[in-house]
Write a protein that binds this ligand. Structure first.
Ligand code: NAD
Length: 264
């Protein structure tokens, strides 16, 4: 991949620590020659993100809490001042109340439904609108989704409903910006042990289930998601938009538990 992203600049939103999917994507883009900017959510995470940014020589573009639109505006103004134009944006942001990522979807509260949709769905649209204004023609936007958008997964609940809406947003946004050659895609990642995932009930069981039943008989790493993101963010995928690309060891293709899968 060396040189694939030479001359390209982009912002990656959603690095919390070195286990974040966004970090896997940042590493892959940087190794391929891209100049990277990172955002962080609040002072506590800034301390974690700063050394990671240094590792890649990445630009610290600012605090961003997507519930406060002014912070998204500020990040994109900073990027415009620093670089003028950008070539790609990665949105790896989601949130729901942990108490509702267990048990029944039926019990979702109105407040948490609204907050989950705001942070996990609307934020991508808000980011895309601001990114478009400073994006070069032929740029690329990417978000992260999960199979719980397509099929019912235990405990994923309101987040599954949010991811379904996020995937629909990808298609609408792809049409809105397509006339400038800008592309909008999502990666549907298999389960990975991250900070956000630790809020999901029985997550270890879900990891094991995927390990036993996915065609590749294992889960995926943030580096693998990063490499697939590199394809979607680079000109290699210049004909691909509105797509939800699964990076899940093939799990989404399987219709039934493997007959030789051990009990968990
Ligand atoms: P993570 O905890 O490392 O990253 C989640 C990020 O969301 C954090 O950086 C956090 O700061 C950010 N965030 C949450 N609320 C925010 C807000 N209000 N404003 C700004 N940022 C906010 O976990 P991750 O698993 O790397 O998650 C990244 C994305 O990947 C999410 O969209 C998640 O749903 C998705 N995803 C994760 C998995 C998995 O199994 N880990 C699988 C498929 C998709």
């Amino acid at each position: 991949t060396s040189g694939l992203m030479n001359g390209k600049r982009g912002v990656i939103m959603g690095v919390a620590n070195n286990r974040s999917i966004a970090w896997g994507i940042a590493k892959a883009c940087s190794e391929a020659g891209a100049e990277i900017a990172l955002t962080w959510q609040g002072d506590a995470l800034k301390k974690r993100v700063e050394p990671l940014a240094q590792e890649l020589g990445a630009f610290m573009a600012g605090h961003c809490d997507v519930t406060d639109l002014a912070t998204i505006d500020a990040v994109f103004s900073t990027l415009e001042e620093k670089w003028g134009k950008i070539d790609f944006v990665v949105h790896a942001i989601a949130f729901s109340d942990k108490d509702e990522l267990t048990g029944r979807y039926l019990d979702t509260s109105r407040d948490n439904f609204a907050r989950t949709m705001d942070i996990s769905v609307y934020s991508f649209t808000a980011v895309a609108a601001r990114a478009e204004r400073i994006m070069n023609d032929g740029g690329s936007m990417l978000t992260l989704t999960y199979y719980g958008a397509e099929k019912v997964m235990p405990h994923y609940n309101v987040m599954g409903v949010a991811k379904a809406a996020l995937e629909a947003s990808v298609r609408y946004l792809a049409v809105d910006v397509g006339n400038r050659g800008i592309r909008v895609n999502a990666i549907s990642a298999g389960p990975i042990k991250t900070l956000a995932a630790s809020g999901i009930g029985d997550f270890r069981y879900i990891l094991k289930w995927n390990e036993y039943n996915a065609p590749l008989k294992r889960t995926v790493s943030i580096e693998e998601v990063g490499n697939s993101a590199l394809y979607l963010l680079s000109d290699l995928s210049s004909g691909v938009t509105g797509e939800v690309h699964h990076v899940d060891s093939g799990y989404h293709t399987v219709g039934m538990k493997a007959v030789d899968a051990p009990d968990i």
